[in-house]
Design a protein around this ligand. Structure first.
Ligand code: SRM
Ligand code: SF4
Length: 523
């Protein structure tokens, strides 16, 4: 326990963590349910509940958001149905969002229902633990792990093992519940960097180590490690190489060692400078690497000369053959990741009737139903929900990603999801494109919608029009995903949202080969 003098000099968040670990509120949830959200201690309500994935929403007071953990983005239909049933209780207030970390969040949650909801989650093997505040976020893995004939490594098991290590198998683990700040981990298993390794604090990228370097006569598959990637309002940086190659058997131990080094040495005074990259800046990468080795208790091998990311990124929308002969995975397009209860039940049903009762999420906020037998595909296509969550979306809609925005997020400077859908529909009515253009919306500089990875990224801001403050965007361009991934940069600032559609139209025509439908038709 921190003594009183030290506690006084801490910033607000370090102070609240020192006073009571966020995990401790689990024991008080029944009490909170009886008290109601208005009578609760505000620090417990607004902050500590996030250690159990429960987010007070100042925009909709009394209607909380719950952030799950979905390791590798994989759910069973039974789990999806349990989530749908929670959302269904809240009628028009209830909905869910697939997130940019292959995860799902539920909305409309009432505090009085939490004991019951947690019981339901426990019964179906779901957890929300340590999904917010100074914890490790949902761990992403390859969306088609175990299905893709070209995969190098099936990420599913190791992602689950890392989650179990960090969260005490979903029960909550005080060893990792007081990091200096949030922390993102990703494991790539294919050749297309489907997890956006470069924007994670710690990521593992497939790489072969040659025999000479590994004292073995064959090439061995393992991972090159990159560290420190992050976005924040103050600074955005891609991850940098740790100059380490680790075998799959060592991935969990390396995650533990990196987290321990970060936990014990990460900068805590200023929360704007607490992400891992700031510590790496202060120490230099060699010292950071040496500390990780010390914590690990053994030397790390140097990185393999090259990694195996040599494909363009796939979005998995559509129908694809699996490595299991006669089976297919189908990527369904879920516009900006938003689902209502009926749609969630429907996804669960589709997965049961046509697949193997499994549903997956992608970092593009879409869903995949794997293991559909060839002989079931024709019937699958006739389902109304497959027509709705189409496998052939229009090219702009196909790659549209959006963060939560002003509807539910109090950091938001603009409305995002609904506006993004509206503008894309208008653009698609006017333009023809032969390929997709990845447009990402984010409601504020926190960058949850990752505008820096997009072909066109739109970041919410306030701007002036005719002497008045209005909702606007800064435009980012040049983000590259997959092989040779790099971040885009801001090219234009402060476009009022009401003037955005023609600006985007011009950009799409000039930079992405879009043609006006009218001109094409009249020719
Ligand atoms: Fe985020 C804070 C939503 C992915 C960077 N993010 C928030 C909060 C919790 C703020 C709040 O309390 O309202 C948002 C909740 C709004 C709501 O009601 O949904 C929020 N972030 C999201 C999600 C839901 C966006 C989405 O629509 O998909 C994503 C949830 C992921 C998950 O399942 O855990 C989400 N957030 C991201 C990402 C993208 C990623 O991880 O690839 C980033 C940038 C990458 C990174 O973190 O380095 C991101 N979120 C932030 C930040 C800036 C962090 C920083 O170091 O400053 C904040 C603000 C903070 O933590 O203080 C933030
Ligand atoms: Fe909220 Fe800003 Fe994140 Fe969007 S980018 S979810 S507005 S914090």
């Amino acid at each position: 326990m921190t003594d009183a003098t030290t506690t006084n000099s801490l910033n607000k968040f370090e102070k609240l963590k020192a006073e009571k670990d966020g995990l401790a509120v689990k024991a008080e949830i029944a009490k909170f349910a009886l008290l109601g959200w208005e009578a609760m201690d505000e620090t417990d309500r607004d902050h500590r509940l996030k250690w159990w994935g429960v987010f007070f929403r100042p925009v909709t007071p009394g209607k909380f958001m719950m952030r799950m953990r979905v390791p590798n983005g994989i759910l069973t239909s039974n789990q999806m149905r349990a989530l749908a049933a929670v959302v269904q209780r809240y009628g028009d207030d209830g909905c869910a969002d697939i997130t940019t970390r292959q995860n799902i969040q539920l909305r409309g949650i009432r505090i009085e229902d939490l004991p019951d909801i947690f019981e339901t989650f426990q019964a179906v093997g779901l957890t929300t633990v340590q999904s917010g505040m100074d914890n490790v976020r949902n761990i992403t893995g390859d969306a088609v792990a175990g299905l893709d004939a070209d995969e190098l490594f099936d990420t599913r098991q190791v992602v689950q093992e890392i989650q179990d290590m960090i969260t005490g198998s979903g029960e909550g683990n005080p060893e990792f519940s007081n990091l200096p700040r949030k922390f993102n981990i990703a494991i790539a298993g294919g050749r297309d960097n489907s997890v956006h390794a470069e924007i994670n604090d710690l990521a593992f990228v497939p790489a072969f180590k040659s025999s000479a370097e590994s004292d073995n006569s064959e090439l061995i598959l393992g991972f090159n490690v990159v560290v420190g990637g992050f976005f924040s309002a103050k600074r955005c940086d891609p991850a940098i190489p740790l100059n380490a190659w680790v075998s799959p058997d060592d991935v969990v131990a390396v995650c533990r060692a990196v987290l321990e080094v970060y936990r014990d040495n990460g900068l805590r005074a200023n929360r704007q400078k607490s992400r891992l990259m700031w510590l790496i800046d202060e120490w230099g990468i060699e010292k950071f690497r040496a500390q990780v080795e010390k914590q690990l208790g053994k030397s790390l091998l140097t990185a393999a000369a090259k990694d195996e990311i040599d494909w363009e990124k796939r979005d998995h929308i559509g129908v694809y053959k699996q490595k299991q002969a006669g089976f297919n995975y189908v990527g369904l397009h879920i516009p900006v990741g938003r689902l209502n209860a009926d749609e969630m039940f429907e996804l669960a049903r589709l997965a049961e009737v046509y697949g193997s009762s499994e549903i997956r999420f992608t970092v593009e906020q879409n869903a995949i139903i794997p293991n559909i037998d060839d002989s079931n595909l024709a019937a699958f296509y006739t389902e109304d929900s497959v027509k709705k969550f189409t496998i052939k979306p229009e090219s702009l809609m196909r790659s549209l990603v959006s963060c939560t925005g002003a509807q539910f997020c109090n950091f938001a400077l603009i409305e995002t999801k609904n506006r993004a859908l509206q503008i894309i529909k208008e653009l698609e009515a006017e333009l023809l494109l032969t390929h997709t253009v990845r447009i990402h919306w984010t409601g504020c500089p926190n960058s949850c919608g990752q505008p820096q990875v997009a072909d066109i990224g739109l970041m919410g801001t306030k701007t002036r029009k005719n002497g008045k403050m209005v909702e606007g965007v800064d435009i980012y361009m040049g983000g590259k995903v997959g092989k040779d991934a790099h971040l885009g940069t801001c090219v234009t600032k402060g476009i009022p949202c009401e003037d955005l559609e023609p600006v985007l139209r011009e950009l799409l025509i000039k930079n992405f080969g879009a043609k006006s439908r009218q001109l094409v038709i009249s020719h």
